[in-house]
Design a protein around this ligand. Structure first.
Ligand code: HEC
Length: 198
C-alpha cells in the first residue's frame, strides 16, 4: 500500500517535471524559479495564471511620491503551490516566487467618469524569491523591464531594508494581502517588526 502511494507520488512528480520541461528555460508554471547559468532569474512567464493577492494604488512611504504626476497600480501574485503551502503553515516555502506587476492608472475612457482603472501594458515587474541555498537571508529581489532575465538586486538595496523592517511575514507584506493576513494571525507567524508597528 505504502509502495503504491510512493509510486503515485513519483508519477505526479514526473508529470510536473514534464510540464516544466515544456516551457523550455522559462520559469515553470508549476512554480520553481529558473536561473540562467550566470545566476540571473528568468522572467516568470506564467504569473498571470497564479493567485492574485492584492492591488495597491499609488502606495508609498515617501510623501514626495505623489508629486511624480502619474498614478500607478501594483498587482501582486503568488505562485499557486506556494500560496497553498502558506494556507497550511502561515509561512512561504522555499522556492516561493511572488510577483508585483506595475500598471499605469487612468481615469478617462469609455463610460468611466469617476475613479481609476488599469491602463495599457505592464510598466515593470518586481519579483521576490525565497531560495535559501542561493540568497543570504533566504530571499532575493529582481526587477524586470523586458522579457530578458534579470540580475539579482544587491543585498545593500533599500528593497531588503524596507521589507525586513516592516513586512508582516517572512519579509513579505502580508498585512496588505487580505486573504493571507488572517492565516498568519491564526498560525502566529507575524514578524516582531510588524507586531511592534501595529
Ligand atoms: C519603503 C518600503 C519598500 C521598499 C523600499 C520596497 N518595497 Fe516592495 N513592497 C512594499 C510594500 C508596502 C509592498 C506591498 C504592496 C501591495 O500591497 O501592493 C511591497 C511588495 C513587494 C512585492 C510583492 C511581494 C512581497 O514581498 O510582499 C515585491 C515583489 C516587491 N515589493 C519588490 C520590491 C523591490 C524589487 C524593491 C526594491 C527595488 C522593493 N520592493 C522595495 C514596500 C517596499
Amino acid at each position: 500500500m505504502e509502495k503504491a502511494m510512493h509510486l503515485m507520488r513519483l508519477a505526479e512528480l514526473l508529470v510536473v517535471c514534464a510540464a516544466c520541461a515544456g516551457v523550455a528555460g522559462r520559469a515553470c508554471a508549476q512554480g520553481a524559479p529558473v536561473y540562467t547559468p550566470d545566476g540571473r532569474l528568468e522572467r516568470p512567464a506564467q504569473y498571470r495564471d497564479w493567485i492574485f493577492l492584492s492591488s495597491g494604488l499609488d502606495m508609498s512611504y515617501n510623501p514626495a511620491a505623489m508629486a511624480m504626476g502619474h498614478s500607478m497600480f501594483d498587482n501582486v501574485f503568488a505562485e499557486a503551490g506556494a500560496y497553498r503551502a502558506f494556507l497550511q503553515t502561515g509561512h512561504w516555502p522555499d522556492k516561493t516566487i511572488l510577483v508585483t506587476e506595475m500598471r499605469e492608472a487612468a481615469d478617462k475612457a469609455s463610460i468611466n467618469r469617476h475613479g481609476h482603472f488599469q491602463a495599457g501594458s505592464v510598466m515593470a515587474l518586481e519579483v521576490h524569491v525565497r531560495d535559501t541555498a542561493r540568497f543570504a537571508g533566504g530571499w532575493g529581489f529582481f526587477g524586470f523591464e523586458s522579457d530578458a532575465p534579470a540580475t539579482l538586486i544587491p543585498a545593500s538595496a533599500d528593497c531588503y531594508a524596507c521589507h525586513r523592517a516592516h513586512a508582516a511575514v517572512d519579509t513579505t507584506f502580508v498585512q496588505f494581502y487580505p486573504t493571507l493576513l488572517p492565516v498568519a494571525e491564526r498560525f502566529k507567524t507575524l514578524s516582531d517588526a510588524y507586531l511592534r508597528e501595529r
